[in-house]
Design a protein around this ligand. Structure first.
Ligand code: AMP
Ligand code: ZN
Length: 670
């Protein structure tokens, strides 16, 4: 590399952006994480030394700027349309017929087929080779300026080779695996899961603080060059060109000769798409030639030259019979759609989620409506749309209750939340959900204590809180519906099994303390050792003590302290002890055998951010073995800064994988 810092900087920027492209767009990383990190650190070091080199287009500036007060409106130069849908082969054939009829006699039509990603559409303007403006679709005419947020998305280059001004459109989305991980963390913290990638992407793109967007695994695929006819004759040529100038496009697009080929493609793709790392809810077919697109034009809402073919199996049309409102353990009131049973993805569906009041409003759904229900991955089915053309006029509005449907307490809505809550801590709806949560697999694992049993127990006053589970007798159980001697015994056995053999970490998880997920539960459990220690905690000092633990932030510490000081919660904890519940947390050393690094060996090298002995201790505490040098059988070489090439070569030779210091810490958090 050159000696001139300016040239070195430019070269580093280019390299890093190339790697971003390889990783986020092509899914073919060209370097290991360690090598990427090393380049990035070099860039930071160079910029620290020469602050004048920092440009808005350096990868170091992708961390997000200062939060804003609100969003500025942006007018789209060309209207951003939605897409018309086809749900069957007939509807697709109908689209093809309309297209051909709309064109001068006998003109052959080719279509471009692209996967339809489930995310949020954005428009991005590059001027003089630089990302200048990014906006959401909004109402199609005006969107919101989300430039600062979009700049943090690494699959989108901040600079391109093309100097002419271009406007592109695409979808912000995330990979299914990323969504799953985020959802399991949210659920562990008592937050609602995102129903689909679209909700997650929309939420994160439209936060006022772009630093939040920067930490989220968002990606972009571009699917349109606006006013592409200016530069190319066909949409497919534009897509290829976009990818040539370094922009992320669908690499899965194909050009099809006509309807028959479209059918064949749809079939093939329907079976293939599940192997893709992102969710696709259909295929978009677009007339390839721009001159033909122009002739066809648009309706008030859709272009006439494109259609989204939605895969039928995962969506079904049925009637909304009613809406039930459930109370979650945190008091959140969630509307649940009661449906006329319908076949969907191999199962019969008669209930579906509608998430919250805002969602009900957004859907503008009424009782008696024909609604589309969809199943996304493993997630519970949800109502995704209303077929308003089928309304007869006698549909009734969905009333979200002003009070908790279980206990009647007036519902409240916290500013900034999309859920309405029942604020009554003694609400039996909340208690049922809390007890069910307590018995869950990741918590106390009382497998015979399912939700319907919990409901009966609470309704009959046999159980009020989680501690009462441990004083249940056979008599009481035998009085319940369909409970024979044998099944009563099974319930008691499964409760008994949990009484003394669960770790404190599981018990804490089961208590459902706000913001405390599995990781925090483990740290809190290690701090207090066992249930008696937790009960005896000095509540005045708990927040300060806990906040000192690495991995527990002040908010979590506060939340735990508040829980431990709450007289109602204290009563329940005391009752648990009284009823013989013993929950011991294995000492961290003993836990090592089951730690996240168990069975692995590590050699640490280079200049690290903490003392090497400390890193060794952390590895051992998590069950890993420490090797002083890389040898055959060493699982990982952890690299700090200034790592000698010989070490790396040696690792490659004996098959040891290489990871960064940061990756090691991430692994320790598992
Ligand atoms: P809908 O939101 O159901 O009206 O569908 C229209 C939306 O599909 C567009 O606004 C885009 O956000 C999205 N979309 C996803 N993939 C594509 C694609 N390949 N081409 C066009 N639009 C797409
Ligand atoms: Zn209530």
């Amino acid at each position: 590399m050159s000696d001139d810092p300016r040239e070195r900087h430019a070269a580093l920027v280019r390299l890093i952006e190339d790697h971003n492209h390889a990783y986020y767009v092509l899914d073919r990383p060209a370097v290991t994480d360690a090598e990427y990190d090393a380049l990035y650190r070099k860039l930071l070091a160079l910029e620290a030394e020469h602050p004048e080199l920092v440009s808005p287009f350096s990868p170091s500036q992708r961390v997000g700027g200062a939060p804003r007060e609100g969003f500025v409106k942006v007018r789209h130069a060309v209207r951003m349309y939605s897409l018309d849908n086809a749900y069957s082969d007939e509807e697709l054939a109908e689209f093809d017929r309309r297209v051909r009829e709309g064109l001068p006699d006998g003109a052959p039509v080719s279509y471009v087929a692209e996967p339809k990603l489930d995310g949020l559409s954005i428009e991005v303007v590059y001027e003089d080779g630089q990302l200048a403006l990014a906006s959401t679709r909004g109402d199609g005419i005006e969107g919101e300026d989300v430039t600062a947020n979009v700049r943090t998305i690494r699959s989108l280059p901040l600079r391109i080779l093309e100097r002419r001004s271009i406007t592109v459109r695409g979808e912000v989305f995330l990979h299914g695996a990323d969504l799953e991980q985020i959802n399991s963390e949210r659920v562990a913290k008592g937050e609602p899961a995102f129903a689909n990638p679209r909700n997650a992407a929309a939420g994160w793109l439209r936060v006022l603080d772009p630093r939040i967007t920067a930490t989220r695994p968002l990606r972009v695929f571009l699917y349109q060059l606006v006013d592409g006819g200016r530069l190319h004759q066909k949409h497919s040529s534009s897509l290829e060109w976009l990818s040539e100038i370094g922009l992320p496009t669908h690499c899965k697009h194909v050009v099809l000769g006509g309807l028959e080929e479209a059918f064949a493609h749809v079939r093939g793709f329907d079976s293939e798409r599940h192997a893709l790392p992102y969710e696709t809810d259909g295929i978009v077919l677009k007339v390839d030639r721009y001159d033909q697109q122009e002739v066809l034009g648009a309706t008030a809402k859709f272009p006439r030259w494109a259609i989204a073919y939605k895969f039928a199996a995962e969506r079904a049309l049925t009637v909304l019979v009613g809406v039930e409102v459930n109370v979650g353990r945190t008091g959140a009131l969630t509307p649940v759609a009661i449906l006329e049973p319908v076949q969907l993805g191999g199962t019969t569906v008669s209930r579906a989620s509608m998430h919250n009041e805002d969602q009900v409003k957004a859907l503008d759904v009424r009782i008696g409506d024909h609604v589309w229900v969809q199943k996304a991955g493993e997630i519970i089915p949800q109502v995704v749309g209303v077929q308003k053309e089928l309304r007869r006029g006698d549909e009734r509005a969905v009333e979200m209750p002003r009070a908790c449907p279980v206990c009647g307490t007036p519902a409240v809505r916290m500013p900034g939340e999309s859920a309405t809550r029942c604020p009554n801590g003694r609400c039996s709806g909340q208690r049922k959900a809390a007890i069910h949560h307590f018995s869950r697999r990741g918590a106390m694992d009382i497998d015979r204590l399912g939700i319907s049993l919990v409901e009966q127990l609470v309704d009959r006053g046999l159980v009020e809180d989680v501690a009462d589970v441990y004083s249940l007798g056979k008599e009481a159980l035998l009085g319940l519906d369909r409970m024979a001697d044998k099944s009563a015994q099974n319930v008691l056995d499964s409760i008994e099994a949990s009484r003394s053999s669960r770790t404190l970490e599981r018990l804490i998880t089961g208590l459902g303390i706000p913001m405390v997920g599995q990781v925090a539960a483990r740290l809190v459990a290690e701090h207090y050792g066992d249930l008696a220690g937790l009960v005896g905690a000095d509540t005045a000092r708990a927040a300060d003590e806990l906040a000192k633990i690495h991995g527990i932030g002040p908010k979590i510490a506060e939340s735990v302290a508040r829980f431990l000081a709450d007289p109602d919660e204290r009563r329940v904890l005391a009752k648990l002890v009284e009823r013989g519940v013993v929950a011991v947390q294995p000492r961290p050393e003993a836990a090592a055998a089951f730690g996240p690094l168990a069975g692995e060996s590590y050699c640490v090298t280079g200049v690290l951010s903490r003392k090497r002995e400390d890193v060794h201790a952390m590895i051992r505490a998590a069950g890993g073995e420490v090797h002083e040098s890389v040898k055959k059988g060493t699982t990982y070489l952890v690299t700090g800064e200034k790592v000698g090439a010989t070490k790396i070569e040696r690792a490659r030779k004996v098959g040891t994988q290489i990871m960064t210091e940061k990756a090691l810490y991430a692994r320790l958090e598992r």
